[in-house]
Every structure is written in C-alpha cells, then in structure tokens.
Write a protein that binds this ligand. Structure first.
Ligand code: FAD
Length: 561
C-alpha cells in the first residue's frame, strides 16, 4: 500500500469524485465510488477519523431513544445497517448487551418499555443480535452487581453493537485505496476553485507538513467535513451573508475512561442523569469502562473541542449516582474524548429545541455551485448515506455528460467485507482467529497480544503477526503494561497511512485512551520507530513526540480548571 507521502505525490489532475474530509462519511464515499470504478481522491487535513469519527460513543445501534421521538424511519434504517455492518465487519462490530433499568419513579413503566423493546426488535425484522429479556431485581443484581438497584422494578436486557469507530473509518479508506482511490491525509483544502459561472470545479490542497500547495480538479466535489461543513461550504466565498448562513447545529459530546475495576460493568448500562434525566451509558471496553455522553451546543472551532471540568463533573455525577459502591474521583479518569455531532439545524425556532431533541437524520445538499454536502447522520448509517451521496454524484455526472467511457460497477458495499473481515469465520469465533494469529506469530507472540491483533485487525492480524515472526524486536511492547506491539507501528505506517506519532498512539492503537499515563512515556518509542521507517531526522522526531505530549496536555486541560 502506498504510504502517506506517496499518496500526496499521486494527488493532482482531474478525478471523477473529489472528497473533502476523511471521517467515516468521506471514507465510506471513497469506498463506494472507487468500487463503482470511478476515479477518486479523498483529502483529509489531519489523520483519518481525527474528527468526530473517533469521538463517538462507539455504538452501532438503532437508537432506541429515537422511538420516543417517533423517528421510526431513522430507527429502521439504523437497525438494517447494523445487520449489514455485522456481516461486512464482524471483527469490528460486536454484539453488546444493554441493561435498561426501570425505576418506581420512571416516567415510563416496565410494560411500556417492554413494548418499546418489541417495537425495536420488530423494526429490525427480529434480526437483532439477540432477543431481549426482562430481568427482575434479583437477576439484575447478579448481572450487574455494581449497579445500585434500590427502587428498580426490573430491567430489559436488549442487544445492540459496539465498534471501533476509528478503525471502521480506516478500513473503509484502506478498501478504497485497494480499489485505486488516492487517500491523501494531512492534506488541507484551503480554497474551492470555481469556474466563471461560480461552479466549484476543484480545490486548492495544502500539504500540512511541507506547506506545498496543489490544485486538484473533480467532476463531482463532495463536502464530507462533518462539524466543519459550514466552514467548507463558505471556503472562498466572499459574501458575508454566505459566510454566516450555515446548515449545522453542532453539539458537543464528552466521554471519560476509567479502569474496569473502578467501574465494573458487564453490559452497557443505561443511566439517567439525576438532575436533567438525560440518558447516558456506562459501557464495558475490555479492561476499561467509559461513561458518556454529554450533549451541549457548541459554537467554537471544531479543532479546539475538548472535555471541560463541568463535563467531567456531569459524567461523574451520573456514574456515582448509579454505582454508589464505586465512587469515581478525578484521579480515576485516565482519558477523555470530546466530539461534535454534525447535526442539521432544525427548521423553525431552533432555539426552543434542546440539544438532545435535534434529529440525527442526514441531509444531502446540492448547492447552486454544484458542491454536494452530506450533513448529519450517524456512524451506524454511514454506508447507506455514502451510497446515497455517490448516487447523487453519478446522477449529476450523467446530467453533465461527465461520466467516464467505461460502465460503472455495483459497489456492493452491503456485501463486500471490509479488509479485516475477508476470511473471517462465519461463526464469528474471535478466539479461533486469535489462535491462528498466535500460530503465525510463533513463540515471539503472546496469546494476549494475539487476541489484541485479532480483535483490532481481524484477519489482517496475521500480517502483523508475520512481522513479529520475521523480526523478534517488533514483538516489543510499546507500553510495558499493555499488549500493543512495536509491529503495529510498522503496519500502521506501511498499510494504514500513519504519518505522525499521534496517528499511531490515538487511532492505529488506542494507547492514548488506555495507557495509564496516556502513553506519555512510551510515545518516544513510537517516535524512534517511525524515525527509522520514515527517515525523519532527530529534530523532526523530537517535534513529533512533543506534539503528541502537547495533545495529551491539551485534552487534560479540564484538570487545571
Ligand atoms: P468527521 O468524522 O468529523 O469527519 C470530517 C473530517 O473532515 C475531519 O476528519 C476533518 O479533519 C476533515 N476536514 C475538515 N475540514 C477540512 C478541510 N478543509 N480539508 C480537509 N479535511 C477537512 N453515531 C453512531 O452511529 N453511534 C454512536 O454511538 C454515536 N455516538 C456519538 C457520540 C458523540 C459524542 C458524537 C459527537 C457523535 C456520535 N455519533 C454516533 C455520530 C457519528 O460519530 C458522526 O455522525 C460521524 O462520526 C460523523 O462523521 P463525518 O465523517 O461526517 O465527520
């Protein structure tokens, strides 16, 4: 696979579909368009999934709470996509139990909630990962011993899925690259280029590392910049009116991560905030648990979003209210993440609507200048939204006679497995894949690391294991306390466009979230390895390590407030 630098070199000329933004939507659109046989380039100003797409609640879900808002079509669409993602990315999308406690004081009784569960499963045509059942207080105490069950009448246990949002994005982009797309990360679109009729015909792209600029032209140009949507739409537009008008109402969501022993949950536990009664989750995450999310309006620069002290207080309050024997303190918080929901502004008097009531439905907007914008939506529905965007682009290309001479293929994104799922066992036996990975890695690889590789890379875990077998030094742990290996740095650079220390620490591995010190100490090991692989000089390596530590300090800003 071409590394990031080679992708930059390949960028230029005219493509059929030019995508701005490398989040889940950009990656999904690139995959779909490229599989149809279109010439594709995708430009991402930072790393893949560095925006909202690594800051979600990491759920592939129908969104049971949208039933209350009567958004049946959104739920139906989401549960249908959940089924497809389970099929095309079984290594990354895993069934997860959700415990929904109903209290004596709950607004809705157990019978109503149960009816909602049936409706939820009905909308999935009874193809949810597992059928729900209702637990009585005794069963709840057995299932979730940490949960305070005073006043609980019962709790349905239903099933949705968890995922690794950043890797879902990454694998979609890798697949797009395998079918010929140019995936240019660390490449910022600084200007939209227009013809004499003001139609957008291309972009000016800047290499974030060198400052070099290039012009790239596209027959169809797609704005998939999530929370940056409005900024992208007005790039290069002169009128103040155009600059003010926006389609988004972004809201901020924060999660915090603690060690599992501090908050031991076996299922995602639905928690109601004691004050405003909003629904939050405590979600099991291997040897960690995360709690989230907040939902507050945000007007600032999307690049500057981070958890603030009041977000952390809000999350600790809900957790400590429901898990009374497991009181969490600031020092228990290992890491946090904050993201912006790129929600579409509701029509009418939006100020009257609270943040959580804004619809998660998506919109595809074709501007008078020809720019196609995708706004809103969910991670769960990215594949279908991407297909709709490419359908729209193809329609416009046909209308303007700009389709390539050869016929277009079916993208089949609903059937074709993502790269790590190719060869994945039909019975979804993760442990068997881990054993195969271990066998490939041989004595150099521990079973703990083999499991991590299987669950992270799916069948591509064998490729990482092969690196370890061929070079025992790559079996070194990055953080001595954790199973991530130096081989993952090599794989990240050679196969997954990793170009900075932060790319590796935060999104190729999850050391940023899971290491007790957020990888503050061990990140220099990653920097040194990248220096060897990418030919960095000492100054650049030091700058990279420093940039990573600054990133950690920035995210920990709430501790100083
Ligand atoms: P992004 O991931 O933000 O991607 C946009 C990209 O554009 C960024 O990477 C950015 O760097 C790039 N970009 C911006 N400007 C430029 C430029 N000028 N040049 C080049 N690149 C540029 N959905 C679910 O289904 N399940 C969940 O559990 C869930 N939980 C959520 C929890 C929270 C707190 C939030 C905030 C969202 C959640 N969502 C969830 C929604 C989901 O995460 C988002 O809908 C989705 O990630 C948006 O993806 P995107 O590609 O549109 O945006």
């Amino acid at each position: 696979m071409a590394k990031r630098e080679e992708m930059w070199e390949r960028l230029g000329g005219t493509v059929d579909v030019l995508i701005i933004g490398g989040g889940i939507n950009g990656a999904g659109i690139a995959r779909d368009a490229s599989r149809r046989g279109l010439k594709v380039a995708m430009l991402e100003m930072n790393d893949l999934a560095s925006g909202t797409s690594s800051a979600s609640s990491k759920l592939v879900h129908g969104g049971i709470r949208y039933l209350e808002q009567l958004e049946f079509s959104l739920v139906f669409e989401s549960v249908s996509e959940r089924r497809i993602l389970l099929d095309i990315a079984p290594h990354l999308v895993n069934p997860l139990g959700f415990l929904f406690p109903v209290y004596k004081t709950s607004r809705r009784g157990l019978t109503t909630i149960n009816a909602g569960m049936w409706l939820y499963e009905g909308l999935s045509l009874f193809r949810s990962p597992k059928r729900h059942r209702t637990l009585n207080p005794k069963d709840i105490a057995r299932e979730e011993p940490a949960l305070d069950i005073s006043n609980v009448k019962g709790a349905p246990l239903y099933y949705d899925c968890s995922t690794d949002d950043a890797r879902l994005t990454l694998e979609s982009a890798v697949d797009a690259a395998h079918t010929g797309a140019v995936i240019a990360t660390w490449t910022k679109v600084t200007k939209l280029l227009r013809d004499k009729n003001q139609r957008v015909i291309g972009v000016e792209a800047q290499n974030t590392f060198t400052g070099e600029k290039k012009k790239v032209f596209g027959h169809a140009i797609i704005n998939a910049t999530g929370p940056w949507t409005d900024r992208t739409m007005s790039l290069g537009s002169k009128s103040a009116k155009e600059q003010r008008a926006g389609v988004l109402r972004p809201t901020k969501g924060v999660h915090l991560v603690v060690k599992r022993e501090k908050l031991p949950v076996n299922n995602a536990v639905v928690c109601f905030h004691p004050e405003d009664k909003r629904v939050l989750f405590a979600i099991p995450w291997g040897d960690h648990t995360y709690v989230g999310t907040t939902d507050t309006d945000y007007q600032g620069d999307p690049a500057e979003v981070r958890a603030e002290r009041e977000d952390i207080d809000y999350l600790l309050e809900v957790s400590n209210h429901h898990f009374r024997e497991h009181q969490l303190e600031y020092d228990d918080v290992i890491s946090t993440w904050a993201g912006l929901r790129p929600l579409v502004k509701p029509l009418g008097n939006e100020a009257d609507m609270d943040e959580s009531s804004v619809s998660r439905e998506h919109q595809i907007i074709v501007g008078n200048d020809g720019l196609i914008t995708i706004a809103g939506g969910k991670l769960t529905t990215y594949r279908k939204m991407s297909k709709e965007v490419v359908d729209t682009a193809v329609k416009l290309l046909r209308l303007s006679n700009q389709l390539p001479g050869h016929p277009l293929y079916d993208a089949n994104t609903d059937r074709e497995p993502l790269p790590g799922a190719q060869g994945w066992p039909a019975d979804d036996d993760h442990e068997r894949v881990a054993e195969q990975v271990k066998e490939v890695g041989g004595d150099n690889l521990t079973m703990e690391s083999a499991r991590l590789l299987a669950n992270t890379y799916g069948m591509r875990g064998m490729d990482v294991a092969r690196l370890v077998r061929e070079d025992a030094t790559l079996a070194e742990r990055i953080d001595p306390e954790r199973p991530e290996l130096l081989a993952q740095v090599d794989f990240g650079v050679h196969e997954e466009f990793a170009a900075t220390v932060t790319d590796v620490m935060e999104r190729r591995t999850q050391l940023y979230y899971r290491s007790s010190d957020q990888g503050y100490d061990c990140c220099d090991k990653v920097g040194r390895r990248m220096q060897q692989l990418l030919g960095w000089d000492d100054a650049r390596t030091e700058a990279q390590i420093k940039a990573y530590r600054e990133r950690v300090d920035f995210a920990r800003g709430w501790r100083q407030e």
